[in-house]
Design a protein around this ligand. Structure first.
Ligand code: GLO
Ligand code: MG
Length: 362
């Protein structure tokens, strides 16, 4: 029985997908958004992460009046399903106007469009009852370094964020850093960059971060340290837990499926900061393997959530006292084995002294 029920979980409709990749077409049928919403509760999830055009399809081509009606209709669908919207993210990377980036595009008309579109996302968030806006800065970067001026680009990002903060004084903005893909080089590759940008905005306390495991790994960083850094600043407002097998394309594997110990350490960082008491969600940005058959593949979501809960139990039952003794004695080889034994369900004898080299398994 899990002891982690106080955590609340979320995912986005894009996490139930048809399996297309850059080399092949969909392999599973399209699942209607409404049908996806029906499985949230069944899978134990409480909140939906939304792009602006998940909430209002074809947003660019709708009158604001129609868009508003659709957002309101979705809100009441969520209400009756016992769900809430966790955040709304402006999807700037699919439009022709966003080809060269949104906030950092070289064309001023494209930059103006990006800010207008973000304001629509903010209005939609308001209608959906959430104050959280997530910025995944997908195309804010370059394919070749010489095509943009980096110092200027950071200024543009800060100006855009300031406009959003001013537009609705109730919102908070969480930046989701990612070092590359789709761009060769992205401007906000790490949470350090994101929080430094926050400090340069007109309301630093309203700008924080969302950390995705795989994005930190792609930057060659330890996701649990990235999380601890944001948690220490009171700025980890959501997470996208998943996993990644080395420096490849962004894989969005199930949480813990590659680096179980790394996953344990992420959970440990969240537990140490009492993240579950913050009201923030555990978001899972995971994708099913292309080999999964239809009609709807959700095992990656259920499995990631179950792994998270098992790791909460592992974090809570970790022999802290023993670990402290080993740390004090600088016995890190023994500490290493203590962690592995714990993860493998073995108990290391507490009679073992801190000077023992050999580990005894009870
Ligand atoms: C892609 C990102 C993407 C965002 C989502 C929410 O690499 O992880 O899935 O999380 O668009 O903004
Ligand atoms: Mg993500």
């Amino acid at each position: 029985m899990s002891t982690s029920s106080e955590y609340r979980f979320s995912f986005g409709p894009w996490n139930i997908h048809e399996g297309a990749d850059p080399f092949g077409p969909p392999v599973r049928p399209t699942v209607e958004f409404q049908r996806k919403l029906e499985v949230y509760k069944q899978l134990g999830f409480d909140a939906v992460q939304l792009h602006d055009d998940d909430a209002v399809a074809d947003l660019e081509n709708k009158s604001w009046n129609d868009a508003q009606q659709e957002a309101k209709a979705l809100r009441s669908t969520l209400d009756s399903a016992g769900l809430v919207a966790e955040f709304v993210a402006p999807r700037l990377w699919e439009s022709d106007l966003g080809v060269d980036g949104g906030y950092t595009a070289n064309d001023p008309q494209c930059r103006a469009w990006a800010i207008e579109r973000s304001k629509k996302a903010i209005d939609i968030a308001h209608l959906m009852g959430t104050d959280l806006i997530v910025l995944w800065l997908a195309r804010e970067g370059t394919y070749i370094r010489e095509s943009k001026n980096a110092a200027q680009a950071y200024d543009y990002i800060i100006e855009a964020i300031n406009e959003m903060l001013e537009y609705n004084p109730a919102i908070r903005i969480a930046i989701e850093p990612k070092p590359n893909e789709p761009m060769d080089q992205a401007y906000v590759p790490t949470i350090g960059h994101a929080l430094a940008i926050a400090e340069r905005t007109s309301a630093p306390h309203r700008v924080g971060g969302l950390i995705e495991t795989a994005h930190a790994q792609l930057a060659g960083l330890d996701p649990s340290d990235e999380m601890a850094f944001a948690l220490g600043a009171g700025k980890l407002w959501s997470v996208h837990l998943n996993d990644q097998n080395g420096l490849k394309y962004d894989q969005d594997k199930s949480f813990g499926s590659v680096d179980l110990r790394g996953a344990f350490n992420q959970v440990r960082a969240l537990e140490a900061a009492r993240y579950s008491e913050s009201g923030c969600y555990i978001g899972l940005d995971v994708k099913a393997m292309r080999t999964e058959r239809g009609p709807m593949s959700t095992k990656h979501l259920a499995n990631s959530k179950a792994t998270f809960e098992m790791l909460v139990d592992k974090a809570r039952s970790f022999p802290e006292e023993k670990a402290r003794e080993l740390i004090e004695a600088r016995e890190y080889e023994s500490l290493d084995h203590l962690v592995i034994s714990h993860l493998l369900g073995q108990t290391v004898s507490t009679k073992q002294t801190s000077h023992d080299n050999a580990t005894q398994v009870a």
